[in-house]
Write a protein that binds this ligand. Structure first.
Ligand SMILES: [Zn+2]
Length: 257
């Protein structure tokens, strides 16, 4: 059976002598994998249409009971080529793609999540701040997939915390200082300002959020909170996030010299 879908290429690996195994996030059926026969030799059919970050229309062929689809061809809709011109920009984009790959269910349509990724990559390509975009993407994407953390009420007593809160990764929400029992582990503190910005970013459209300028302290708090949150959802850290952090640390060291 033949079909076509809009898709964003998440990544690919070589398969045999000439083929490619391509992972993509599709508008119609969520995360999918497909084999592009002869992709490393036939430039006419695929061109740059299977490059990571490409937004394209894929022409597919599938047989019943066969897990892998066959990718017949790819028409590029937009190629965000500027993402790969900058190391931090491409590393931040890679974290977004890894989040999608790890969290979006295979074969399940989620048009809002797809459009969010397409729009965010477009803004990343246009030169918006990569770290800021990544944070906003994380806030919105996790919520669209049902992993929204609870930051407005204490998970234990139900009260609205007035001051600083502690984020509890395993419970996916905050505890007020009265309810927090120290386990000896490093605590992820969250201020009212950070929680306020989180809900604002969640409600607002992406273009409008990009006009906001939260403080560096708020962004750092949300960075730590989301690291703890995704770690507990996935049971592991994101590899691409480690890479992004190491480049940022390196750049800061170079700047200080
Ligand atoms: Zn409490």
């Amino acid at each position: 059976m033949k079909s076509k879908t809009e898709a964003i290429i998440i990544g690919s690996m070589n398969l045999g002598e000439a083929d490619k195994l391509v992972t993509f996030f599709s508008l119609d059926r969520g995360m999918l994998k497909g084999v592009a026969k002869n992709a490393r030799k036939s430039f006419r059919r695929f061109g740059a249409g299977l490059e990571t970050f490409t937004y394209c229309r894929l022409h597919l062929y599938e047989r019943e009971h066969q897990e892998l689809l066959r990718i017949e061809s790819s028409d590029i809709i937009t190629q965000p080529a500027r993402i790969c011109e900058d190391l931090i920009r491409s590393a931040a984009g890679a974290v977004m793609l890894e989040l999608v790959k790890e969290l979006a269910p295979a074969g399940e349509r989620n048009a809002s999540a797809f459009l969010l990724l397409a729009h965010t990559l477009q803004l990343l390509n246009a030169g918006e701040d990569p770290s800021f975009l990544l944070r906003i993407f994380e806030i919105k994407f996790l919520s669209l997939l049902g992993y929204q953390p609870k930051l407005d009420h204490c998970l234990s007593c139900g009260k609205e915390p007035k001051g600083e809160m502690i984020f509890h990764g395993m419970k996916g929400g905050v505890l007020c200082l009265d309810c927090m029992v120290s386990s000896g582990e490093p605590q992820v503190k969250l201020s009212q300002g950070a929680a306020g910005f989180y809900y604002q970013a969640l409600r607002m459209e992406m273009d409008k959020v990009c006009r906001l300028r939260p403080s560096a302290a708020i962004m750092q708090e949300l960075d730590r909170m989301f690291s703890a949150h995704t770690f507990h959802i996935l049971g592991k850290g994101l590899k691409s996030m480690e890479f992004l952090t190491s480049i940022k640390t390196f750049e800061r060291t170079v700047d200080c010299k």
